[in-house]
Design a protein around this ligand. Structure first.
Ligand SMILES: O=P(O)(O)O[C@H]1O[C@H](CO)[C@@H](O)[C@H]1O
Ligand code: HPA
Length: 264
């Protein structure tokens, strides 16, 4: 049943044959520890990635590996509880599978989320940040060749903050720097990235944003600061912080995604 040769159109056909709608309003990619968002969907149904032809499985803690469909504010939503990271051994063309599926489901909006470490010393653990630009130190991360980044994240970031304010949520904005991982950064690297203008660091999202930009999907990306990056605080970094911070902010994260699905 499983093969890397399965096209996104065939996956779409499989999913619509299993109760998924032909088209959705929004697609959501859930970052590390943020999978509980799916508890907010009305009439949810889900299929484990292991049962979807052509779908790789997830191996990172905090990514359950399940595709959800449901409704929010009466709108059709698909939510990827679990993403594929390049450091898990996936080529970039596969890390962007959720983006390609958002495209075949004709999603009007794509909301990407991630756990990230804060480089900006004015940020705190638990902060939500809308990404208004990205730094891709490693070129060659694009899933498709020769594509400039053509999507302007700045106006969307303004709108996200305004919508967050409407529901009483303060959201930071800033630049996400993509590192391949899976090891965390050194203190010197974090100092260097600060001088480059990065506010948070993570190991996902940039390939997805690049591909969504190429496909012309209206996209926003939200980081949850799960830790201060290496050397910003004296604390030793550990993936368990990701889960703790996500657990503490899961309600606010869900409220934010919910208002974006409703109004962005
Ligand atoms: O970006 P997401 O998938 O949220 O995961 C983040 O959490 C992991 C590090 O603990 C890295 O994979 C980093 O990218
Ligand atoms: O400090 C970090 N560095 C890279 N990726 C991360 N994902 C969560 N925290 C971090």
């Amino acid at each position: 049943m499983k093969s890397n040769q399965v096209s996104t159109e065939q996956i779409h056909l499989f999913l619509t044959g299993h109760g998924f709608p032909e088209k959705v309003d929004s697609a959501v990619i859930l970052g590390s520890g943020l999978g509980d968002f799916t508890e907010n969907l009305d009439e949810p149904e889900s299929i484990p990635y292991s049962e979807i032809p052509g779908f790789p499985e997830t191996s990172v803690q905090g990514h359950t590996g399940e595709l959800f469909r449901g409704r929010l504010h009466g709108k059709e939503v698909i939510a990827f509880s679990g993403r594929f990271h390049h450091y898990e051994g996936h080529p970039f063309s596969r890390t962007v599978l959720p983006v390609h599926l958002a495209h075949v489901f004709e999603a009007e909006k794509l909301i990407i989320s991630n756990a990230a470490g804060a480089i900006n010393t004015r940020f705190s653990v638990g902060d939500l940040m809308v990404i208004d630009d990205i730094i891709r130190l490693f070129h060659g991360i694009a899933a498709s060749p020769s594509e400039p980044f053509r999507y302007n994240l700045y106006p969307v970031a303004d709108r996200v903050r305004a919508l967050a304010a409407e529901i009483g949520l303060e959201v930071q904005r800033g630049t996400y720097i993509y590192l391949k991982g899976p090891n965390y950064e050194s203190k010197a690297e974090i100092r260097a990235f600060r001088t480059l203008g990065a506010d948070v660091v993570g190991m996902s999202t940039a390939p997805e944003l690049s591909e969504a930009s190429r496909l012309g999907i209206r996209t926003t990306a939200i980081s949850l600061v799960t830790n201060m990056a290496a050397g910003v605080s004296a604390k030793k970094l550990d993936h368990s912080e990701v889960k703790e911070a996500a657990e503490a902010r899961k309600e606010d994260f869900a409220r934010l995604v919910s208002v974006l699905i409703e109004k962005l």
